[in-house]
Design a protein around this ligand. Structure first.
Ligand SMILES: Cc1cc2nc3c(=O)[nH]c(=O)nc-3n(C[C@H](O)[C@H](O)[C@H](O)COP(=O)(O)O)c2cc1C
Length: 213
């Protein structure tokens, strides 16, 4: 069952993209298997080594494991209802925060969210390398999160994420099962990248027959 889902989700991804990127996707069904402390340390260490403007490292993580029901329920209560439906079975939830200001000057840091997203991307790929999956969620209750988790004033609540091993989609409500099995789609590269100026097709994306690859 697990392999079937992985194959569907990998099928449409270009074979020459790195295996870690091919394997990553955002599941809603998580196995009832905890993430070991060393796994958590390693995914957070990966986030730590992401680049950031002025090396500010504005990202912060509040981690809750299912083994700690008080902390887990607190984080669960920070998700919107739609996400709570499935994220309640993940072994780990994290709240992702970004410091709004530079620590050296106190000036606003306009790159804080950009850098934080990059750190989460690092965390996600490290998790993939360790056989785990991450599902990010913008569907959160930021005010609730700030209050319940004592988030300091100078930090934005950016997203939450669920982390764990792949589970059986049959455990999900029916509407979510279909999404778990649906193929992944992406915009064509020619819509995402131009050459030299906006709108000019990138020649390096054209095949020899003149068609976009
Ligand atoms: C910033 C961000 C916010 C997201 N918010 C949610 C969310 O609230 N609920 C959800 O089920 N998925 C959420 N997702 C997952 C996306 O829907 C998913 O990444 C996208 O459909 C691509 O699918 P894939 O990650 O499996 O390739 C979010 C992803 C990101 C990066």
């Amino acid at each position: 069952m697990e392999m079937e889902v992985i194959e569907i989700k990998t099928a449409g991804v270009e074979p020459d993209v790195h295996e870690l990127i091919r394997r990553r996707w955002s599941p809603r069904a998580f196995a009832d298997r905890p993430a070991a402390p060393d796994v958590l340390r390693r995914v957070l260490a990966a986030a730590r080594w992401a680049p950031s403007a002025y090396n500010e490292q504005p990202w912060r993580f509040i981690v809750a494991r299912r083994e700690d029901p008080e902390a887990f329920d607190r984080l669960l209560a920070c998700l919107n209802e739609g996400n709570r439906r499935w994220a309640q079975r993940a072994p780990v939830l994290m709240l992702v925060l970004a410091r709004r200001t530079f620590s050296h000057s106190g000036a606003p840091n306009p790159h804080a969210w950009y850098d934080t997203g990059q750190a989460v991307a690092y965390l996600t790929l490290q998790a993939t390398a360790l056989g785990l999956y991450v599902h990010q969620m913008a569907g959160i209750l930021p005010d609730e999160a700030r209050r319940r988790c004592a988030v300091p004033e100078d930090y934005d609540v950016v997203i939450a994420l669920a982390l764990g091993y792949l589970g059986d989609p049959a455990q999900l409500p029916e509407d979510l099962q279909a999404r778990e099995r649906s193929p992944r789609t992406r915009r064509p590269l020619t819509e995402l990248a131009f050459e030299g100026r906006w709108g000019t097709p990138a020649r390096f994306l054209m095949q020899e027959d003149g068609h976009a690859s």
